[in-house]
Design a protein around this ligand. Structure first.
Ligand SMILES: C[S@@+](CC[C@H](N)C(=O)[O-])C[C@H]1O[C@@H](n2cnc3c(N)ncnc32)[C@H](O)[C@@H]1O
Length: 241
């Protein structure tokens, strides 16, 4: 996308966060309010927290997750290709010396070989078929014994999963599964939720994630009486190097 000056090579357009940054922040607050994703990551790592580890958040966006990682990790690096988001991420962690935010992409991670213990890539649609250069970069930067995590939607189950299937019919769950399994990644399914504090927030977030017709249909089928919580299935894909 040459229309974004300074975009790092290989960046995949991410209209939700690029064009609706404030609403995306609301979505981040609403998603997984009970921290099930973090618990699942720690279970895979066999650890109570991230102490002693260097964590890379790849495609960190505005850096929403960086302070949480920095609470226990020895150091944290956020990498983001979009210059505007990069600036916001740097602002978010200004004053936290253990966090560094760098311009780059999955295809060109600005880190030395074997320098990272844990990689977190959330909603990283830059991983998936065609993303082999990024996977090679993971093998390069992760230390032996380190673990990479990719969090993605599970369209096979849950209310959100049904919405996702309808909005993104070209994404086939069986193909995604085959892609990761063939490369030695494992899947931890997580049944989590979106939990909003207002109907206006729920509607705004649905509208940045789906096209107008799909969002209209979703919001008709999920009226205010359905409440502010939406059950939401995700897959945590992970591999130890
Ligand atoms: C949906 S957003 C998720 C942001 C963040 N992970 C979060 O959970 O708040 C996807 C992010 O990936 C970034 N991105 C797009 N292509 C990328 C690539 N090739 N390598 C790394 N990041 C990429 C986008 O700029 C965007 O910030």
């Amino acid at each position: 996308m040459s229309s974004v000056p300074g975009l790092a090579t290989g960046a995949i357009p991410s209209p939700n966060i690029w064009h609706h940054t404030a609403t995306y922040e609301v979505e981040n607050h609403a998603f997984d309010p009970d921290g099930l994703v973090e618990s699942a990551m720690l279970e895979v790592l066999g650890a109570a927290d991230l102490s002693g580890r260097t964590v890379l958040d790849l495609g960190c966006g505005t850096g929403f997750h960086l302070p949480r990682f920095a609470a226990t990790a020895s150091s944290v690096v956020g990498v983001e290709p979009h210059p505007g988001l990069l600036r916001l991420a740097r602002r978010r962690v200004a004053g936290t010396p253990s966090v560094d935010v760098r311009h780059g992409s999955a295809q060109q991670v600005p880190l030395p070989d074997a320098s990272v213990d844990v990689v977190h890539a959330r909603w990283a649609y830059f991983f998936g078929p065609g993303c082999e250069p990024g996977l090679r970069e993971l093998s390069r930067v992760v230390r032996r014994g380190g673990t990479a995590f990719v969090l993605d939607n599970d369209g096979t189950t849950s209310t959100f999963g049904a919405w996702f299937r309808r909005g993104y019919p070209k994404i086939r769950a069986d193909e995604v599964e085959r892609f990761w399994a063939a490369r030695g990644w494992r899947r931890t399914p997580i049944a989590t939720c979106w939990r909003f504090t207002s109907r206006a927030d729920l509607e705004a977030v649905v509208r940045i994630e789906f096209d107008r017709a799909t969002a209209d249909a979703i919001l008709t089928e999920h009226p205010p009486s359905a409440g502010l919580e939406v059950d939401y299935a995700v897959n945590l894909w992970w591999r130890t190097f």
